[in-house]
Write a protein that binds this ligand. Structure first.
Ligand code: SF4
Length: 328
């Protein structure tokens, strides 16, 4: 299985080349809002879950093709699970930094940042985006459902704060709020205190924007998100962005195939690329079209065909049609 995906047009990071370090779903959390539609193999053990050499070889193959790298804004290291559980993450970050001048961003659930070896591994990155969805233990357990080995919330918050203090790059703290789970006034006050300790470069507020693992995980309204943003900004001089709830995904269709990955692929390979995208998260047709540089009509045709053959399922969430792989 290939570990590079995209590039994806990310609103916060720009044109982002994704690197997925782990087989789905290797994680120490089992978040109710997770976009990967399968139960995790709950583990806190760090290991070389995929040989580092394989991932480095894929990166080198990409870097050898200047036309695929030229326009990238960033390399984003993530995982179908928690990327810091991979012991090769530091080697991979340093390898990219050594071979290119592109920034490297890391998406993490933040639970391992108290570990000295994880801190050292991430130091070479440019942006680290840890999550902290709740600062009260009961809400944390409800929303993130951590493995026993990651249940100590104080250790997690202390670890993120310690890392943020030492890190010379930017720390963007992501907070995902779920209605009636981790959005009470007490939760927001506790989060404010945690943010004051962590002192991130910015806070990114998110809610359940895509079909979640648990159907009961519901998004906050845009109005409530704005209120929470105001409450955080009132207390601290830290920029707060709202990630979810804005209009996105709809791309204008010129009717012309743009130059992109799909041109170089056979029909079977296009299906394979779509399946790999959907294994990581449910996507709309527009997102698939944009990532694979395909026209809307061609994308619809391929998706319809895959749907008819039972290769994917469809779910309506927030008024949008999302595709999911049946393998996920
Ligand atoms: S959302 Fe991230 S941290 Fe939570 S279960 Fe999914 S992969 Fe793990």
């Amino acid at each position: 299985m290939k570990h590079l995906f995209g590039p994806v047009n990310s609103r916060r990071l720009g044109l982002s080349q994704g690197i997925d370090l782990l087989p789905p779903k290797t994680c120490n959390f089992n978040c109710i809002y997770c976009e990967i539609n399968r139960a995790p193999q709950l583990s806190c053990e760090r290991g070389e879950h995929v040989p580092t050499e394989i991932i480095l070889a894929e990166i080198d193959e990409l870097l050898a093709d200047e036309s695929r790298v030229r326009d990238l804004d960033v390399f984003t290291i993530t995982a179908s699970g928690e990327p810091t559980l991979h012991t090769g993450i530091g080697t991979i970050i340093r390898h990219i930094k050594h071979k290119t001048d592109k920034p490297v961003a890391i998406l993490t659930n933040g639970s391992q940042l108290h570990l000295k070896e994880v801190q050292e591994d991430l130091m070479a990155a440019d942006v680290v985006i840890p999550s902290l969805d709740a600062a009260r233990p009961e809400s944390f357990r409800r929303v993130n459902r951590p493995a026993k080995c990651s249940e100590d919330l104080e250790t997690i918050i202390g670890g993120i704060a310690d890392f943020s203090r030492k890190f010379t790059g930017e720390t963007w703290l992501e907070v995902l709020l779920v209605e009636n789970i981790n959005d009470s006034p007490e939760d927001i006050v506790a989060l404010q205190k945690a943010i004051a300790r962590i002192r991130p470069t910015r806070v990114q507020l998110n809610t359940v924007a895509r079909p979640p693992f648990e159907a009961f995980a519901k998004p906050l309204t845009r109005k409530r998100m704005e209120e929470v943003k105001g409450e955080i900004e009132k207390e601290y001089d830290i920029p707060v962005d709202i990630l979810a709830g804005s209009k996105d995904n709809e791309i204008p269709d010129s009717g012309k195939e743009k130059e992109g990955i799909s041109e170089k692929l056979s029909a079977a390979d296009v299906e394979d690329e779509i399946s790999k995208m959907l294994l990581r998260r449910p996507c709309t047709a527009s997102e698939i079209a944009e990532t694979l540089s395909m026209t809307q009509p061609r994308t619809s045709e391929v998706l319809k065909d895959m749907e008819n053959r039972g290769c994917l399922t469809v779910k309506i969430h927030g008024g949008k049609k999302y595709y999911r792989t049946v393998m996920g």
